[in-house]
Design a protein around this ligand. Structure first.
Ligand code: CA2
Length: 148
């Protein structure tokens, strides 16, 4: 049995489905969890799905993923645009890292055009709403298979 794919979400994503549906859609984070679980299961993987509003907790989980995960999907939310500490944590991760965003940050305010996380990610999936997570899980599983 392979290690699970870690799917981590950053600050405010616990509010998904309750505000700004025109940007982030109507689905809740629990809906996203279900989509990720189903897609991962179809591909033969389990997932560990977590959200935190705290930078240090996200860093602890990224460090945990170094040994416990076969791949990491990360929606860093606002921290993607600000956190050198999360970038540093990701640089110590040897498994594939897929950055994921519900919206397309490149098509929004200029401050969203740069994410530190992209410097450590194998690839980025953005702009597809909840399906961004499903696609990111699929990409992560593909990268794991390539490495086997
Ligand atoms: O599009 C994404 O997934 C983002 O990572 C979401 C972040 C934003 O700062 C990034 O630029 C792009 C914001 C997450 C806030 O999530 C909410 C969801 C629903 C209601 C309120 C906030």
């Amino acid at each position: 049995m392979s290690k699970p794919i870690y799917v981590l979400s950053g600050p405010n994503l616990n509010l998904l489905g309750t505000r700004e549906p025109e940007i982030y859609g109507h689905q809740t984070l629990e809906d996203v969890r279900g989509l990720c679980e189903a897609r991962a299961k179809a591909l033969g993987y389990a997932i560990v799905f977590r959200q935190s509003n705290h930078e240090g907790e996200l860093i602890d989980w990224i460090q945990e993923a170094r040994a416990a995960a076969c791949a990491l999907v990360l929606n860093p939310a606002g921290y993607g645009h600000t956190s050198v500490a999360i970038l540093d944590a990701l640089k110590a991760v040897d498994v594939p890292v897929v950055e994921c965003h519900l919206s397309n940050p490149a098509a929004r305010e200029t401050f969203r055009r740069k994410t530190y996380v992209s410097l450590a990610a194998t690839g980025v999936v953005s702009g597809f709403g909840a399906a961004s997570y499903e696609l990111a899980v699929e990409a992560a599983a593909g990268l794991v298979r390539q490495r086997l």
